[in-house]
Design a protein around this ligand. Structure first.
Ligand SMILES: O=P(O)(O)OC[C@H]1O[C@](O)(CO)[C@@H](O)[C@@H]1O
Length: 345
């Protein structure tokens, strides 16, 4: 479908504000919390200026954002030290005094675990840096849960799970993954993480280890969960995948054969978060009633999206839902207050 590709050309628009407000805020935070050389400070300042100058505005939004995070890695010399420039923020999530209470509130039943994994997606650390991000959870713009529960009840030998953010979102993901494995609904879960730090809080392999260790230190249900996850890793029922394509500025319909081969056997792919959605359907301004099933037909497996709405891309909504949301006058596509459980068998 030929919907226009999203760029940041319109001053004041959501993607414009990401490049002109969020990116400088991320740089400011990095510069005040990370041990950097003078040259690195200078390079970060000029990276920020590159974005506020408008040089990236006409580029595809996805490509501009991707470039920003790649440049941060180059400046902070990730490839030499493998020190996560956003590690201080991720660490803060795991040492948060409110975490034990959050763990206590984790539900037990699959429908509720699916919802917890969706709402966990609001806790994306790059998103919280922008004005207009909402703390309120309003509701689902589409909820295919009963359909997907029926689909999952048949049992799936392999589930591909594309993780999004570290911290509370990953914790909710791990509760869900454990439930799928323990109930036998999934034989194996292949957990896809990013190959390097990306979009501030995206999960990398080290985050999985740190999170399981943190869970293990919390007596009761969290520690039991951690023990089961460690066992599942050893038994080959929980596998970690980190392909470079997971951090590429491309839609999934451009996936190379090597990546496709990694997911082709999955009975379903669960995609977490906003960015995966943009890559799944294409980062384009579709009419929101555009068929999600048709747009995702190319994807090699059935898909389940668990996402809060944090960018302008949305498809598969009922006309009445769109009319209701538009009538609120709120920027409902981008505040993170609305969520989506969308399934294509
Ligand atoms: O962590 P998520 O849910 O993928 O969200 C990250 C989102 O934040 C943004 O940076 C701005 O919405 C998007 O580019 C991206 O889709």
């Amino acid at each position: 479908m030929d919907a226009p590709e999203i760029t940041s050309s319109e001053p004041g628009s959501f993607p414009w504000r990401v490049l002109h407000e969020r990116h400088p805020a991320i740089i400011k935070q990095l510069r005040s919390h990370t041990d950097l050389t003078l040259d690195q400070h200078t390079a970060l300042v000029s990276l920020g200026a590159e974005f506020t100058s408008g040089a990236w505005d006409p580029s595809p939004f996805l490509r501009a954002e991707n470039y920003f995070y790649r440049r941060i890695l180059a400046i902070t010399r990730w490839s030499e030290h493998h020190r996560d420039p956003f590690g201080f923020l991720k660490q803060g999530e795991l040492t948060d005094p409110g975490l034990p209470h959050f763990l206590d509130t984790m539900p037990h039943e699959l429908p509720d675990l699916l919802a917890a994994a969706v709402w966990g997606n609001r806790s994306d650390l790059s998103f919280r840096l922008q004005s207009g991000a909402s703390d309120a959870a309003t509701g689902f713009v589409r909820d295919d849960r009963s359909e997907v529960l029926g689909f999952l009840s048949i049992g799936t030998p392999t589930v591909a799970y594309f993780a999004d953010n570290a911290g509370r979102e990953l914790i909710a993901d791990l509760f869900l993954i454990d439930s799928l494995l323990e109930s036998g609904l999934a034989g194996v879960v292949d957990l896809h993480v990013k190959p390097f730090p990306y979009f501030v809080s995206d999960v990398i392999a080290a985050d999985l280890t740190a999170t399981v260790d943190r869970l293990a230190a919390e007596p009761g249900r969290p520690a039991e969960l951690a023990a089961r996850l460690v066992r599942a890793r050893h038994d080959g029922r929980l596998n970690l995948r980190r392909d470079a394509f997971q951090a590429a500025p491309m839609s999934f319909n451009q996936m190379p054969p090597e990546f496709e081969a990694q997911i082709a056997d999955a009975g379903i792919t669960i995609l977490k978060g906003d960015l995966h959605y943009r890559r799944l359907v294409g980062d384009r301004l579709y009419p929101p009633t555009t068929s999600f099933a048709e747009l995702t037909e190319y994807f090699p497996t059935p898909v389940l999206v668990l996402r809060t709405l944090k960018s302008e891309v949305i498809t598969g909504l009922a006309p009445s839902t769109v009319a209701e949301l538009d009538a609120t006058g709120e920027p409902w596509r981008t505040t993170g207050a609305h969520a989506l459980i969308q399934h294509r068998p």
